[in-house]
Design a protein around this ligand. Structure first.
Ligand code: ADP
Ligand code: MG
Length: 696
């Protein structure tokens, strides 16, 4: 249960004064529907209104607050395009206040001739004269306190003005009461950090540009809070998994030798190393919780299979959970091939299986006649009963949540801990592994199987599209298949789709029925069908939005064309490129760009220079400035509200140690600091593990 002290923060924004349905709706688009969400909407700049120089000393483009006397009005005739001017002066000079389409009565009451007013805004020079267009504030002199000396500037959309946002956040801050201190006193003292409430006030009311900095004390404190919540949540989950007694599974290598002799290749060093890690885990009487990280094509499947066979050798069952039907099928086919000559019985179960055949399969499974089960989420449904499931592999782990992992774990016999091997092809920089996979031990396949030819990557302007079409024609004539990925337009599926459909129509015109289209709005079944035609070669060109299934293996596909590659994040480009270069034939990747900024150019250059997913992930992080979110959609990185993965990564190991220490001393978070840390978990919505704390 969420602590009561946080209720006001989780209230909807429309409970704030002056926020109706329309504004609430706009706020939702900017940050979120709850008060908490707007509080995490942090300023990106400040306006300093403290300067009040004499007119003769004003600097170009300066923001100032001036005491001026109104000399006279210089109105414009109706319908004229010229602005309305009000001339004002001080002892040293004159300035024109400029208004476009003003309400005349408004101007006359605001700026009566002969009166003195406080006027705040940005001064420009026009035709050699000072002017200020649409001052931000015009007030009687005695109301100086109504003009903020320093005003935060929020990232905005056209829908909510800066003033409105500042007011709403001000009101939201009033709902935020001080919270009990969950950080260690000595840490606070050592770092000089403010408490949570002061830090929040400070980030919303920075007094200088330095205070806006990621490394300002207030921002660092809040970032640490968030990272600590993240680490604590992961550590709770980790302990939850580890707490359960696991089975000790010893490898006897009965099947291993047969499987290895079925392979047309030798395992790489990295594959051997990972298998050794897994063997050691399985032998221990605790549940395994290991992540196998390996770039696309690094050969995770065989590692998964050899690990699962250890469970089978011990008379138990193992299962692979795949994110899509097509991936499940692919695994089924390749595992079946590798298992030829063993008596290991492998089966597949997906949402599509119904009726009698499903019943028969479930019966066999419950009797232990099936040793390995491959499938989608269908494999952990309520009525799926295993004879003795000891190990589960989760492929493309970032596509699943903690919930699904827990569901699978529940399938273990008599509440023993399930051995879990999670796999991911999303390379993550080393510094960040802890924030994403801190609850797991990790093994890395950091070496590509030998014999892979590098994918020839070229960067070209979009206006060469006709050459690309010619090249496509040649590639197809030579028996190749082509992926054609259409641009990411902002973060909108609808627009993505429009672009993809347009290109599809264009290509159908040229290549007729040899072209297919997949996009995110299609039903899974339809999508599978198109993917299948591409796999089987009934179509040669697959046009898609960025939804091409991860892990889909089409060895004949040797050309990857990406339109507007400059709009994609590095990791995303890397993932897409990994779809080709899976067969014997030399593959190529063509990155087409529209207009190139500096960063985009750097990204595309890195793509040309390296195909190492880990290097690319590091570079991606370096290049990605705060706020530039291109590519996070598929990168698998967690979304932080305050913490910046670029600027605050030094806090990660600190928070990790802190979390471990806390849980060592107070595993159920029941002592004073423990109770306050629970508030922290709820505040950052990392409370999914709290329910496990009570069970002790
Ligand atoms: P991923 O890590 O992307 O899941 P896969 O397990 O699908 O990769 O392997 C990709 C391809 O590489 C498969 O065709 C597989 O047979 C092959 N492969 C795996 N390991 C090796 C190896 N050591 N040497 C050569 N080819 C390998
Ligand atoms: Mg795979």
């Amino acid at each position: 249960m969420r602590p009561e002290i946080l209720y006001p923060l989780f209230a909807k924004t429309d409970s704030l004064p002056g926020v109706g349905a329309r504004i609430a709706d706009n706020l939702k688009k900017i940050s979120g529907a709850r008060i908490l969400d707007i509080l995490w909407h942090l300023p990106v700049d400040i306006i300093d209104r403290r300067a009040g120089p004499a007119l003769k000393d004003i600097l170009f483009d300066q923001i100032v607050t001036l005491e001026l006397t109104v000399s006279d009005h210089d109105p414009v005739p109706l319908k004229s395009k010229k602005p309305y001017r009000v001339w004002c002066h001080d002892d040293t000079g004159t300035i024109g206040l400029v208004f476009f389409h003003p309400r005349k009565d408004y101007i006359l009451t605001k700026l009566p001739e002969g009166e003195t007013r406080l006027i705040s805004g940005k001064v420009e020079v026009y035709n050699g004269k000072l002017q200020m267009s649409h001052p931000d504030y015009i007030l009687p002199v005695e109301q100086r306190s109504k003009i903020p000396e320093i005003e935060p500037v929020y990232p905005l959309t056209a829908r909510v003005s800066g003033k409105l946002m500042a007011r709403i956040i001000g009101d939201a801050m009033k709902r935020a009461s001080p919270l009990p201190e969950w950080l260690d006193r000595s840490l606070l003292v050592r770092e000089g950090w403010p408490n949570w409430h002061d830090a929040m006030k400070n980030v919303h009311h920075p007094k200088s540009s330095e205070e806006l900095h990621l490394l300002s004390l207030a921002r660092v404190r809040l970032a640490y809070d968030e990272i600590l919540a993240n680490q604590l949540a992961l550590e709770i989950m980790r302990r939850q998994t580890k707490k359960k007694k696991g089975r000790s599974l010893k490898a006897s290598n009965i099947f291993l030798d047969i499987v290895l002799s079925n392979l047309p290749y030798e395992l790489t060093e990295a594959q051997y190393r990972s298998i050794e890690d897994i063997k050691a885990d399985l032998e221990k009487p605790f549940a395994m919780m290991r992540l196998l990280q390996g770039d696309v094509g690094s050969g995770k499947t065989i590692v998964a299979l050899l690990s699962m066979l250890i469970a089978v050798e011990n008379g138990a069952q193992a299962a692979i959970l795949a994110p899509t039907e097509i991936l499940a099928r692919q695994h089924f086919i390749s595992l079946s091939e590798m298992l030829v000559g063993t008596e290991v019985k492998v089966e597949i179960l997906t949402g599509r299986d119904k009726g009698k055949s499903r019943e028969r399969l479930l019966l066999d499974l419950s009797l232990g006649k099936i040793n390995l089960l491959i499938g989608t989420h269908a494999i952990f449904q309520e009525d799926v009963i295993y004879h003795d499931l000891a190990m589960a592999v989760i492929d493309e782990q970032h596509r699943f949540g903690v919930e699904q992992r827990m569901c699978l774990s529940e399938k273990a016999k008599n509440g023993t801990g399930m051995d879990i091997l999670a796999m991911t092809a999303t390379p993550i920089p080393r510094t960040l592994t802890l924030t994403v996979y801190g609850d797991m031990d990790t093994s890395r396949l950091d070496e590509k199987p030998p014999g892979r030819t590098r994918i020839d990557t070229r960067v070209m302007p979009l206006d060469r599209i006709n050459n690309i079409i010619d090249a496509t024609r040649r590639a197809i004539a030579g028996g190749s298949r082509v992926y054609w990925v259409c641009p990411l337009i902002e973060e909108s599926e609808v627009l993505d789709l429009a672009a993809a459909e347009e290109r599809y129509t264009h290509l159908v015109h040229i290549f007729k029925e040899r072209v297919g289209l997949v996009h995110g709005k299609m039903k899974a079944k339809q999508k599978d069908l198109v993917m299948k035609s591409f796999k089987e070669g009934t179509i040669d060109i697959l046009v898609s939005t960025t939804v091409i299934e991860v892990g889909v293996h089409v060895p004949e596909a040797t050309v990857m064309i990406i339109e507007h590659a400059e709009r994609f994040g590095l990791s995303q480009l890397h993932q897409l490129r990994g779809r080709v270069g899976r067969g014997e034939t030399k593959s190529s990747c063509i990155l087409l760009y529209g207009t190139l900024g500096k960063k985009a150019e750097a990204r595309l250059r890195i793509m040309r220079e390296t195909d190492d997913g880990f290097i690319i992930a590091e570079e991606d992080l370096k290049l990605r400035g705060a706020g530039e979110l291109l590519g996070t959609r598929q990168s698998g990185l967690p979304k932080f509200k305050v913490a910046s993965l670029e600027g605050h990564s030094h806090l990660i190991p600190m928070a990790r140690d802190d979390a471990r220490l806390v849980l060592n001393n107070d595993p159920a978070l029941t002592n004073e600091r423990g109770r306050y840390l629970r508030i922290l978990l709820y505040l950052f919505e990392r409370d999914e593990g709290v329910k496990y704390l009570k069970s002790g």
